[in-house]
Write a protein that binds this ligand. Sequence first.
Ligand SMILES: Nc1ncnc2c1ncn2[C@@H]1O[C@H](COP(=O)(O)OP(=O)(O)OP(=O)(O)O)[C@@H](O)[C@H]1O
Ligand SMILES: [Mg+2]
Length: 391
Amino acid sequence: MIPGVLVVDDVEANLIAISALLEGMGCEVVWARTGNEALRQLLKREFAVLLLDVQMPEMDGYEVAHHARHNPATQDVPIIFLTAAHNDEEKVMRGYGSGAVDFLFKPINPGILRSKIRVFLELDSGRRKIAEAYAELKATQARLIQSAKMASLGELVAGVAHEINNPLAFSMSHLETARRSLEQGLTQSEHTLSAQSREHLDRVDSRLREMNGGLERIRDLVVKLRTFSRLDEGQRKRVSVRESIESVLVILQHRLKDKIQIETHFGEPDVIECFPSLLNQSIMNLVSNSIDAIEGSGTVTISTGAVGDAYVIQVVDTGKGIPERFRERVLDPFFTTKPVGQGTGLGLSIAYSIVKKHGGTLDLSSVEGRGTTATVRIPLVPVEGTQDATS
Ligand SMILES: Nc1ncnc2c1ncn2[C@@H]1O[C@H](COP(=O)(O)OP(=O)(O)OP(=O)(O)O)[C@@H](O)[C@H]1O
Ligand SMILES: [Mg+2]
């Protein structure tokens, strides 16, 4: 963005003259002819410096400076006062008091004007660089925290799945043996059993079948937990999107209660190449947000499939929506509207960086009070330069 210089003077000839002097300095000169117009311009965009004529009808320079200093959005803009008061120490002090950082005396010396403006343009560019570096640092920190969080969750899940697996396997196999023995016993003593004993043993058989059904469900869950954790998969792999999403839904199941319906529409192709545990993580973050956004009852719809040369995963909810004033900030790390201790504000920024790592895009659209649609698009053919699993 080209840095802006706001020049405020009620005399048009002065505006023209100053603009001519600032030509070629790599800044955009914006004019304001009154104090009110200056304050409006200040709110419209950022300025590297404000060149402010002291003597103006209606609102004078001191007053403009005073207002600018008292608005958090404009308080940091450096102000240079333009004044004819060469030797008037009192006026100069008043200027500093109202927020000036420097003075230029009329008639303006072009060399002095240009060198002062140059200093402020350099300060502005330095400030921007610091702000960018800070944002990057925060984003990196956010990624580290979230990946540590997910790594420990993944490890825990994988550990639990492993621990359940052994006792599950022998319970299932012993149950099978018990059922077979019972069946044999029943056939062999068909004619000697009393009606009452027969009834008891039939009930045992039916309970054993139910237990087997329960154990089968546990076995499916363990398979899904393992799909979710995929700790060994720091690399691109071809995986089933349906399996991935189903495993995420299993993890989130306990938060659905019975008021939130989940609908899934799995399109073609089912198998794509991606970083599976990362993709799981981003889908989990999006679906979690949808669940959080639903007050009372509602629906979360997840659709997948190829559109052109992109693979699209869409998460649509009937939640409360994202208010207009937050839209630009929701992707920022640490931005959250949830109470302290409930939201880290990392979910979306992480989802965004994961999608970016796949060379794709994440878009959010929302109607307040109606719901939100999150759309992930990743290239079906992996993009060069997105292969490194550790970055
Ligand atoms: N589907 C959605 N509906 C409404 N608001 C949303 C939705 N998704 C995100 N938001 C808004 O964006 C904010 C940031 O979301 P993000 O996932 O980054 O952090 P969080 O959900 O607040 O915290 P965490 O992800 O750590 O639980 C949320 O606090 C919420 O205000
Ligand atoms: Mg979240």
